[in-house]
Design a protein around this ligand. Sequence first.
Ligand SMILES: [Fe+2]
Length: 335
Amino acid sequence: MGETVACPFHGWQFDPSGNCTKIPSIAEDAPIPKRAKIDSYPTEEIYDWVWVFLGDLPEDKRPAPPRLLPEFEQTETWRTTRMVIEAPANWQKFEENSLDTAHLAFVHATFGSRLDPKAVSVPIVRTPYGARLKREKTAPKASQKSGVLGELLKEEREKTTVELEFSVLGVCHRINPTFRPGLSQVTFSATTPIDAKTSRQFGLQARNYAIEPEHDQERLTGRWNAINEDIGVISFVRPALGPTAFRDEVLVRADEMESTFRHLVFRMIDAGWEIDHEKVQREWDRKVYVIPSPARRLDPTGWAHEACPTTKPRTDDGWDALLRDANTSSGVAAE
Ligand SMILES: [Fe+2]
């Protein structure tokens, strides 16, 4: 309703700051109770997605959402398709899978190469809230590709160069294979947890070949197939929830991107940013918890619902340390 949203149950209306502006069941001139307010969160539109900052940090401590797909704006030379997929998988397991190189040879029929499953050891570069690397891998056989990409790559190739970058903000990553000089695509995905074991992944894929719209469906089908190959594995792997303690697994050099991701997630958990979802789940039928918003931090009193519990106490110090590191870690090789 214009600048307000209305509850479909009793018609209460709320403005963008979360304050109630109308309660239809009371007289026009009756005062609106002070507690009639809800948490509202800062948003930003990027690539036609709405990014929401689900937290109570003031503006000067909120990191900007990552912009990892500049190709999205370069519509003369890049064509972008979009898809949304829901998976029966934990968001961290889903993301770690996307950062994983070692499974390609075994899980993916069209771009893995069992002829050479080794991951080349390369330096990982830390970025403010993530990391990036660039690897060369043995190209799959020409016969593994079909459609327009198969047609363009029918000559056997030796190497594909793949650049990979992730950010724990928005839980997103960019995968950029260059099949041949000048022939490239970029997949940019962001994962939102629906609950502990269900994730929704928003995906964009830009390509600089066959940019006519009639080739979109083929790319979407390719992506759909690849994601389903991943989901077929990760929805069964245990433990189902992440992050898994380092001592509970054996990780090798090829798993460095996952390790870096997991390390950052543990740091956020230590700073008190993990919702105690087991407690929330136990009390689900009797109690409503909400993620605290910036307005709640300014005035923690007079809210109908309690802020959600966290697995560790929230500390400003913990977040400030992350911010400090983010401001100094750009371009630094990870340990
Ligand atoms: Fe995969």
